[in-house]
Design a binder for this molecule. Structure first.
Ligand SMILES: Nc1nc(=O)c2c([nH]1)NC[C@@H]1CN(c3ccc(C(=O)N[C@@H](CCC(=O)O)C(=O)O)cc3)C=[N+]21
Length: 293
């Protein structure tokens, strides 16, 4: 059994990016500048955005955090987005999700300049990705592909079952795994809340990618031997024995399932840190494109 170590791999990637930033500086070029917009005070969102800013500092990127109050109107947020689109200093930016309920998420994501959409959430980028065109791939799916690549996990001709059809993880993941390439060339089943007999599917799967957010949903009796498990779930479960009052739990019953697996991602330290590394990678790509123009 091999643990797909996202923490180590993301550090490797960050070091590689830091080298490139150093070279950019030596050539007298502008370094990548990432901005993040955070509306409201959601605890988990604050943690993620905080890690993104910290990672930027570590690798030599410029970063800007724009915090707006929970009561921000949709119009005010759209104004902020217009400013970021027009600001030549900003290479890429993200609008942290989820947004407060009174704001239409789809409208906001559509307003982001596709060339600055380092999250890869704009429909233009999604469409390009689906047609194999060079584009910003959403950071979580991109991170999973990179983990599979670096650990040389076999995917060709394998049956991959993706659980969850979100625009951010499950749906793009199903597209990437079915595309030509390595990793890729998989036969994909996209399962979701209306899927019947999920267990029959997971029992046949060579690769299972879970993006549900249901702690320890996937049990050992639902998988076959030598399976590859990618656990995208990250749920905060109250835990009074921990100083911060919670622990992070994935979608997989890790201890039992890992005994049957060839490859498995841990939670924490698996897909999560890769998401941040690939966001930085997308921002580097955005900068390189702007340098060319
Ligand atoms: N516009 C937007 N883009 C996103 O990419 C985005 C988002 N909104 N909203 C929320 C989700 C979630 N997300 C995570 C990133 C890193 C970890 C991560 O590094 N997790 C650590 C644990 C972190 C902890 O201790 O809480 C780990 O798994 O080891 C987790 C989750 C990005 N998201």
């Amino acid at each position: 059994m091999t643990i797909l170590d996202g923490k180590k791999t993301s550090n490797d990637i960050k070091n590689e990016i830091a080298e490139e930033v150093k070279a950019m500086k030596e050539r007298g070029e502008k370094v990548p500048h990432l901005a993040a917009v955070l509306v409201g005070n959601d605890g988990a969102s604050l943690t993620y955005v905080g890690s993104k800013v910290k990672a930027c500092e570590r690798i030599g990127f410029e970063s800007t955090l724009i915090r707006l109050p929970e009561e921000t109107t949709e119009e005010e947020l759209l104004d902020q987005i217009k400013k970021l689109n027009a600001d030549p200093e900003i290479d890429g930016y993200i609008v942290q999700l989820p947004l407060p309920k009174h704001i239409d998420e789809q409208k906001v994501l559509l307003a982001v300049d596709a060339d600055k959409d380092v999250d890869g959430f704009h429909p233009t980028n999604f469409g390009k990705m689906a047609q194999d065109m060079p584009v910003f791939i959403p950071a979580t799916p991109f991170g999973i592909m990179e983990l599979l690549k670096r650990y040389e996990v076999p995917t060709e001709g394998k049956h991959t079952v993706v659980i969850g059809r979100s625009h951010i993880v499950g749906r793009p993941m199903s597209i990437l795994m079915s595309q030509k390439g390595n990793p890729g060339n998989s036969t994909v089943t996209l399962a979701h809340s209306r899927t019947k007999n999920l267990e029959e599917l997971t029992k046949q799967a060579d690769i299972i990618i879970t993006a549900l957010g249901v702690p320890e949903f996937l049990k050992a009796d639902m998988v076959k031997d030598n399976v590859t498990i990618i656990d995208v779930g990250i749920t905060r479960v109250p835990d009074t024995t921990k100083e911060r009052g919670y622990r992070i739990t994935g979608d997989v019953d890790y201890d039992a399932v890992s005994k049957k697996a060839d490859f498995i991602t841990p939670v924490p330290g698996g897909v999560g840190p890769m998401t941040i590394a690939m966001l930085l990678k997308n921002t580097l790509l955005a900068r390189a494109r702007h340098n060319k123009n």
